[in-house]
Design a protein around this ligand. Sequence first.
Ligand code: ZN
Ligand code: ZN
Length: 195
Amino acid sequence: MVDVFLNQILNVRKLALNNEKTFQLNDSNCDWLKFLLSEIEQLPGSSQDPPQDTHKDSYLNIDIKIVKKDNSELLEHIFLEGSIDCFYKTSCIRCLNDMNDSFTIDFKACFIPKILEKNEIYADQLTIYANSEEMELYFYEEQIIDLKEFFHEQISLNINQFPLHSEECKGMCQVCGENLNEKICVHQQENCCTL
Ligand SMILES: [Zn+2]
Ligand SMILES: [Zn+2]
């Protein structure tokens, strides 16, 4: 079951051509996923630090299918396809109360050699039509794909930046910081002069 612990750096040279591999990664069998989850929960830490403790109910699962192909047009290229499923702890942007949020992201990407970036067909393109479908386009160099960076980007582009514990959240008073879901402070009353 060594495959379960897919390294954050994927070495393109080590992939056998046309040999599709599937992996099921999660934050308890994979340290770099645990790190990504701690980033999602915005716990302190930089990429040099060991993974931080995440909330006990939180999880990050990634199902991924990887296959390397080779042809005269795209040279050695790698398809990554799958989904990211996450449940995590965050706080409401209006009242700052703890809350849970979740997301599911389906991804489909094609990594082609960096040398093709000079080709005007691929330069400045975000997607590519390959394997009979449209998918995201990435370039790799020195035979390396940084999976952690790829997933970090997928997550930051898709995560809810404005979590609300409820659509009706009344937020906090700008003057005294009172949580207005619990109590209406003097500043929020109609005849208050400070607003
Ligand atoms: Zn709230
Ligand atoms: Zn107030």
